[in-house]
Design a protein. Structure first.
Length: 247
């Protein structure tokens, strides 16, 4: 996949550094698209007209009818400005959605680490009884055994393993259920939850949410990757637009 070849080197970096680079490159691309897909002379003129009408409207506060007429003109110009500024979005929206979805699949959770125990929980419909049997893959170990009972509508396995891609196979009754997992020091993982139809509702792998800044929060807020990306994007967008003199 093209995106893998581009972003895999970044995923070797600390998460916040990878997000910073992605935010810079993406914001630069969007800014250049905005510059070349809009008529900057027209955009500048429209902004100047909006400011002019705002000044005129404030000067007519004692004359409500005239102020409303000027505000109507300002609104018309503002709508024209918005139509032109939204044009680049039509060309960049689909690539952005694809890229955000790709990053979401790699930066939401911390990956499962080699030789670090984690829980795999099977959630059943109310009233389910009996036991579950796990076929432990080579390279992995079940610290809680392979056959466990259903207690309070769930069964919890504690596992650990060597680096690799595995398929966990659980048997309940006459049915087999599988869940893929990845154990790695790199930034890759399978989605932690997989749902099923029948007595088994889902299999959930214990994974911690990624906090790019670690224990360093922002006034007690510990943003995930998307929050950090938005912060970086706003900063880069402001600097780039100012540096390129965009309107």
């Amino acid at each position: 996949m093209i995106l893998d070849s581009v972003f895999q080197p970044l995923f070797l970096l600390p998460a916040w550094q990878a997000i910073l680079i992605v935010a810079l490159l993406l914001t630069l691309g969007l800014t250049l698209a905005y510059k070349h897909l809009t008529d900057q002379k027209l955009m500048k003129q429209l902004r100047e007209d909006i400011k002019k009408y705002q000044v005129e409207a404030r000067a007519q506060r004692s004359n409500p009818e005239e102020m409303m007429r000027i505000n109507a003109k300002a609104m018309e110009v503002n709508m024209q400005y918005m139509r032109h500024s939204m044009r680049p979005t039509l060309f960049t929206m689909i690539p952005i959605i694809i890229l955000i979805g790709y990053l979401h699949a790699h930066l939401v959770y911390e990956p499962l680490q080699p030789d670090v125990p984690f829980d795999v929980t099977l959630h059943f419909l109310p009233g389910a009884q009996g036991s579950v049997t796990l076929d432990v893959p080579h390279g992995m170990e079940s610290l809680s055994g392979s056959v466990l009972p259903i207690i309070a509508d769930k069964t919890v396995y504690t596992m650990q393993g060597d680096p690799g891609t595995y398929q966990l196979a659980f048997t309940y009754g006459s049915r087999a259920y599988t869940k893929n997992i990845i154990i790695t020091t790199q930034r890759f993982y399978e989605p932690p939850v997989q749902t099923y139809e029948g007595d088994l509702k889902d299999i959930t792998v214990q994974m911690e949410y990624l906090h790019p800044f670690g224990d360093l929060g922002i006034f007690g807020w510990h943003p995930g990757w998307l929050g950090v990306y938005i912060i970086f994007s706003i900063i880069f967008s402001t600097l780039l637009r100012k540096g390129l003199g965009l309107h």
